[in-house]
Design a protein. Structure first.
Lengths: 298, 290
């Protein structure tokens, strides 16, 4: 078989031949031993990439943690002593925890019921869970302040309603990640069989969901929760435009007059991001297919 | 039995209610309000096309032009370098490198917004580490002599690349890893040159995932607000920045114009995300079975 042009079918044939261990393939493998060394170009590319990606972190560290000559942790202590930092961090943690609980508590039963009973709603629900990618935070902020802002008859920004508007917005922003994490986990188990078995033993649908389904999709719930939490922790756009002084908003303001504190806290938030990814990667190792990057406009 | 089933079905539908209510209240109604608001005068409430006047005034199109340029530049840079790095990771054949690179890419792809902006101000700002070191070595000031600005389209491209590259790496690693060595071997046995293998096997298979990834990168750059705002505090006219100025600014407060601009942004996002969904639906069968 020698010809200079290869067609699709020919490739397929050759692949089948290889799979069957045809003599030609064995001879080929003998003469073309795969090198186990990394090619030089790959090493160069990876070294250059490492420099580009570490440089900003190094520069941030130099600004945040040095007095000009010596290493110091003073900016961190300054931040810890700052009341604004405390309240911003507590606000962010509170919003993130409640967003996470809300997202899991609402999305998990929905995804379960869509998989079990409402397959005909699947395409609609999937469309709705992709929609937040088309409506990024900056657009959502405009829409939310149209409908629930200070000039609206339903003013959710007034103190009576406190952070309801932000929870609603964060539910929408985290929906694509949370739904996908839970839906993937649900599809990996036989939801119908589990539910029918549970029902035939006399369990109510609620009990089936809580005691049979939830434990069997626990990894999906954990990764969904981590994605929701990290998204809410780092979210700036909605918080800033709707006027909630969360940690990222505080970071923007403090850098204006206390740049050292700002840069030190940048490294802290990098470490928080890192911790979130490591936790997600740990989940992903036990449940392949787990998404560890959000991939939406920030 | 059917009665029970129906009752169960009714109860089950009831359990979908919280989801429906939240989505309606915080996604669908706000989106419809944008569409409505963009065609109505925000003071009089009368129907108007005036909010879309930015489409016909060259000066008002500047934010769109800047955003298009920035997104295109960071998509090209992120796409090419991301693909190169992803292939380097696969070619390195070191599981440890692959694991470290994947983890770091995930961190970098998620590390956006205000913290990223400040990290780059410390690096390439007027007083940034690289700016000063570069001056110490070459006596060439990037800002004064070179006219460089971090808060320009070029500067923003460098910053956006910090998450665009790792995002490209992450989305392209699975398809690149799925390219079986046996395909190349088969092509070589059949006498194909490297170029013929690329043209007839690699490129057709990788075309769909690459285009789909580029659409994701483009949408991400176009819709990004926090990073741009952190770097420029609103000085470079980009679409997301203009939108926020129109709803927050005291001087040029104009919700109707903000709605119209937001609709323009939503159309671009819809094209990118819609294209991605369509491409993924007909995603190559070669990559599905690993």
């Amino acid at each position: 078989m020698s010809g200079s042009s290869i067609s699709g079918e020919a490739t397929e044939e050759a692949m089948e031949a290889l799979a069957a261990g045809a003599p030609a393939a064995r001879a080929y493998r003998r003469t073309h031993k795969r090198s186990t060394r990394s090619p030089l170009w790959a090493i160069i590319v990876l070294v250059l990439a490492t420099v580009y990606f570490l440089l900003p972190l190094y520069a941030t560290g130099v600004f945040g943690f040095s007095t000009g000559k010596a290493f110091t942790l003073q900016p961190l202590f300054d931040a810890l002593g700052d009341d604004g930092f405390h309240s911003a961090l507590i606000l962010s943690l509170t919003y993130s925890v409640i967003t996470t609980i809300l997202a899991i508590a609402v999305v998990a039963p929905t995804a379960y019921l869509v998989e079990l009973r409402f397959q005909r709603l699947r395409s609609t629900v999937e469309f709705l869970t992709i929609l937040p990618f088309v409506i990024p935070p900056i657009i959502l902020a405009v829409g939310l302040s149209n409908v629930y802002g200070i000039n609206s008859p339903v003013n959710l920004l007034s103190s009576d309603w406190a952070p309801v508007l932000l929870y609603g917005g964060y539910f929408v922003l985290t929906l694509p990640f949370v739904f996908r994490a839970i839906d993937n986990a649900l599809r990996a188990v036989d939801v119908k069989m589990l539910s029918e078995a549970s029902a035939s033993l006399g369990a109510s649908p609620t009990r089936t969901f809580l005691q049979v389904i939830v434990p069997s999709i626990s990894l999906g719930l954990v990764s969904g929760a981590l994605l929701a939490f990290t998204t809410a922790m780092g979210e700036f756009t909605l918080a800033a435009l709707l006027g909630y002084p969360t940690f990222p908003v505080y970071l923007l303001n403090i850098n204006g007059y206390e740049a050292h504190i700002g840069e030190a806290l940048v490294l802290v938030s990098f470490l928080i991001t890192w911790a979130g990814v490591v936790a997600l990667a740990a989940v992903a190792r036990r449940a392949p297919g787990t998404q560890i990057v959000r991939g939406g406009p920030m | 039995m059917p009665a029970t089933a129906r009752r169960r079905g009714g109860r089950a539908a009831f359990a979908l209610l919280p989801f429906g209510v939240l989505i309606t209240a915080f996604l669908l109604i706000p989106t419809v309000s944008l569409l409505w608001g963009s065609f109505h005068d925000s003071r009089t409430g009368a129907f108007t096309l005036g909010n879309y006047s930015y489409l016909s005034h060259p000066l008002d199109l500047v934010p769109f032009r800047n955003s298009l340029e920035l997104s295109l530049a960071s998509t090209i840079v992120g796409g090419i370098l991301g693909l190169l790095i992803a292939q380097a990771i696969v070619s390195s054949r070191r599981p440890l490198i692959q694991e470290i690179a994947t983890t770091f890419s995930s961190v970098a792809a998620n590390f956006a917004g205000v913290p990223l902006a400040f990290a780059f101000i410390a690096t390439l700002g007027a007083q940034g580490l690289v700016t000063r070191q570069f001056f110490n070595v070459t006596h060439f000031d990037l800002y004064i002599d070179g006219g460089f600005k971090l808060y320009s389209v070029l500067g923003l491209t460098i910053v956006y690349a910090y998450w665009e590259i790792p995002l490209m790496v992450l989305v392209m690693l699975p398809p690149l890893q799925a390219m079986k060595a046996s395909w190349r071997e088969a092509a070589e046995i059949l006498g194909a040159s490297k170029w013929q293998y690329m043209r007839s096997v690699a490129i057709p298979i990788l075309f769909t995932p690459v285009v789909s990834s580029l659409l994701l990168l483009y949408a991400n750059a176009f819709g990004a607000y926090a990073t741009a705002y952190g770097l420029t505090t609103g000085f470079v006219p980009l679409v997301p920045i203009e939108i926020s100025n129109l709803i927050n600014g005291d001087v040029n407060h104009d919700p109707g114009a903000a709605d119209a601009l937001a609709m323009g942004l939503a159309v671009i996002m819809a094209i990118c995300i819609g294209g991605r969904v369509l491409l993924e639906r007909r995603s190559s069968k070669w990559l599905a079975s690993r």
